[in-house]
Design a protein around this ligand. Structure first.
Ligand code: NAP
Length: 340
């Protein structure tokens, strides 16, 4: 079938990234029909989507997945547990992804576009300062999300070996930010770090007058990518541009927690590296919720080069990391209740 009139099946169309990806598919003349699936009730008309049908279903359920991918040219797989990733979500994240890939192959789907993550590389001290796609996606065993993202990439590789007609674009975004993608502010590690700090380290923060929230700054640099720029890369994958394979996605420039705190009008307090190491040690030994494993990401920067996406897909991100941060914070200020 020509690129005109593609049918695209999407898992997780209602999430932070899903809304941006489906909106981009809706705008594209090369996509005729979108079929989305997630667990909660949702009406595509609420978003003004005209070519999208929605059905409730679960990637852990064989029948739902089989029905979703039937007749699809391309499958976009986004459904995943992120902050809550742990042993309990392994069946959703790894088993569910395997099911989506296997059923897509059986249904004769031509391309899979899968949302992996920068976390798939793992937070290793021997990582290069700037990661390129030829670095191995090793994952960090103690960080559930990271290790499950790496494992899912391996699973996808196995499925591709067995089904030669199937191609896959594996996107590795850094933190996604924008008007819809608010996870960084709501749930992610830099916001949670203070919850996990041992008492002695937390006292560093209490030296600041508590007129505004205080964020601990481990000094780690990170990147942000705007939700619409990620969606543009997915659209290129859906259209089959460039070579299939892994693609790093990040906005230009880097940020620190201090930039995040400044943008929010909050305080930040530098937390020395030994204090972060101590926190990681303490957290590793405690029976804390799975989300506490995110502390490992505060130990080592994971910064990515994006030349491959630019060359192969013609990807031109419209937003820098700082621009994505600005949109994230502006949207938060416009509508939502203050973060506690
Ligand atoms: N946001 C980021 O910063 C970021 C960065 C890098 C990579 N990624 C990756 O991008 C993908 C999408 O992330 P996101 O930020 O959009 O996540 P999200 O906001 O948490 O959305 C997850 C989506 O998946 C659906 N879902 C969850 N469990 C499901 C299940 N068992 N069966 C079917 N659908 C299910 C959710 O809807 P229901 O809950 O209603 O089922 C929702 O539509 C993930 O794979 C994530 O790892 C995200």
């Amino acid at each position: 079938m020509a690129a005109q009139g593609l049918t695209v099946a999407v898992t997780g169309p209602t999430g932070d990234l899903g809304v941006a990806v489906v909106s981009a598919l809706e705008r594209s003349g090369s996509v005729r029909r979108v079929v989305g699936m997630a667990r909660r009730p949702f009406h595509p008309g609420e978003r003004g989507w005209k070519k999208t049908e929605y059905r409730q279903g679960d990637v852990q359920d064989h029948g739902s997945v089989r029905d979703l991918v039937k007749g699809a040219d391309v499958v976009v797989h986004l459904a995943f547990a992120i902050v809550s990733a742990g042993e309990a979500t392994r069946e959703l994240n790894v088993g569910g992804s395997r099911r989506v890939f296997e059923e897509s192959a059986k249904a004769g789907v031509r391309r899979i576009c899968y949302a992996s993550s920068v976390a798939a590389y793992g937070f290793h001290h021997d990582n290069p300062d700037w990661l390129t796609e030829d670095c191995a996606a090793r994952g960090t065993p103690e960080h559930f999300y990271s290790s499950q993202k790496a494992e899912v990439e391996r699973v996808l590789g196995e499925v591709l070996l067995r089904h030669q007609g199937l191609a896959a674009y594996v996107f590795r975004p850094c933190f996604v930010a924008g008007p819809n993608a608010q996870m960084l502010l709501e749930e992610l590690p830099y916001m949670r770090l203070s919850d996990a700090l041992p008492g002695a380290v937390r006292s560093l923060l209490s030296q600041v007058p508590a007129l505004k929230p205080v964020m601990p700054d481990p000094g780690i640099r990170f990147q942000l990518v705007h939700e619409d720029d990620v969606a543009a890369a997915f659209l290129a994958g859906v259209q089959g541009k460039g070579e299939p394979g892994p693609y790093n996605l990040a906005g230009a420039g880097t940020l620190t927690v201090r930039d995040l705190a400044d943008a929010l009008g909050w305080y930040s307090v530098p937390v020395p590296e030994p204090a972060v190491d101590l926190t990681v040690e303490v957290v590793s030994r405690l029976p804390l919720p799975a989300a506490a494993s995110w502390i490992h990401s505060a130990r080592k920067p994971v910064l990515m080069k994006t030349g491959r996406a630019e060359e192969q897909l013609g990807w031109k991100p419209e937003h820098t990391s700082r621009g994505a941060l600005h949109e994230l914070v502006s949207a938060r200020r416009l509508g939502d209740p203050p973060l506690s």
